[in-house]
Design a protein around this ligand. Structure first.
Ligand code: C2E
Ligand code: MG
Ligand code: MG
Ligand code: MG
Length: 281
């Protein structure tokens, strides 16, 4: 069978590769115009405590193309990173997120509310990253102490001393740093000790099946225990089911993000939700 299908199989593979390359190129072209065409929007996904009260939110980028099609960040962020477009896009995200946070703080509905922003390793690695984020912070007039910067393990492997210094400069400004998708990267446990982190996010791949997969359950529980013993906050992402929530709660996790509570939503919906949250309290 392999022999018969071999040639056609290869041809088909080549065609697929070509189609894939064409699609990527097209996306790159579209992405170049997306900022000036105002096609990006930030959605916000609430983070809640064990009582379902909102303690913060994560800003998640959305791209709505002219035809109304929504492209997922997991599709376009990698292309933005390959092309360097992540720099202007990432700057837009930070500026927009600071501006929105400022509005929520001015409305004074949630004194402790924190906003998490995803920072690409490529963005963080730029020599001028500190300068850029500092001037965006000053322009916005928002306090860094309400902002968490989410970074992935991709960040730590290159030049660890530089990374440590840069992260300290960020925490000196008041930012908190969270290790996103924890457990999926290559970082050694030593970095957990050396980096000035405040938070670990249990990757959703461990949360997804923890009610059916014993080793995912063990990993999730271990990450929570480790975070607690290092005095780090821990957030579980991708919580969709009551059974996941009760497992995570039992193991000591007290901040959750997932469809079980809320999906990511436009700023306006988040406004309403925050307002209701206050009224309920
Ligand atoms: P992430 O930072 O790990 O964000 C969490 C992702 O999980 C989001 O996907 C969110 O919508 C999704 N999610 C949350 N709760 C659930 C749930 O209960 N079930 C399921 N199935 N999914 C859930 P999203 O918005 O598609 O973003 C994907 C990734 O794209 C993010 O993963 C992040 O790595 C990246 N990303 C998003 N926005 C930005 C951004 O502004 N800058 C950068 N550099 N990366 C971003
Ligand atoms: Mg994140
Ligand atoms: Mg994550
Ligand atoms: Mg992720």
């Amino acid at each position: 069978r392999a022999k018969e299908g071999g040639r056609d199989g290869y041809r088909f593979y080549q065609l697929e590769m070509q189609a894939d390359a064409d699609a990527k190129l097209q996306m790159e072209t579209d992405l170049r115009h997306a900022l000036s065409a105002n096609e990006f929007e930030l959605y916000y996904q609430p983070q809640v405590d064990e009582f379902g009260r909102i303690s913060g939110a994560e800003a998640l980028l959305r791209w709505f193309k002219k035809d109304g099609e929504m492209v997922s960040p997991s599709e376009f962020i990698p292309i933005a990173e390959m092309t360097g477009l992540i720099l202007p896009i990432g700057e837009w995200v930070i500026k927009e997120a600071f501006g929105q946070l400022k509005k929520w703080k001015q409305a004074d509905i949630t004194p402790d509310f924190r906003l998490s922003i995803n920072i690409s390793p490529y963005q963080f690695d730029q020599d001028n990253f500190l300068e850029t984020i500092t001037s965006l912070l000053n322009e916005s007039g928002v306090s860094a102490s309400y902002v968490t910067l989410e970074m992935t393990e991709g960040i730590t492997v290159k030049d660890i001393h530089l990374t440590i210094d840069k992260m300290h400069a960020l925490t000196d400004l008041g930012f908190k740093i969270s290790m996103d998708d924890f457990g999926t990267g290559y970082s050694s446990l030593m970095y957990l000790k050396k980096l000035p982190l405040s938070e670990l996010k249990v990757d959703q791949s461990f949360v997804r099946d923890l009610h059916v997969d014993q080793s995912d359950a063990e990993i999730a529980a271990t990450i929570i225990a480790m975070a607690k013993s290092l005095s780090l906050d821990v957030v579980a992402e991708g919580v969709e089911k009551e059974s996941q929530l009760s497992f995570l709660t039992y193991h000591g996790c007290s901040v959750f993000q997932g469809y079980y509570f809320h999906k990511p939503m436009p700023a306006k919906e988040m406004d309403d939700l925050l307002f209701r949250n206050v009224v309920v309290l």
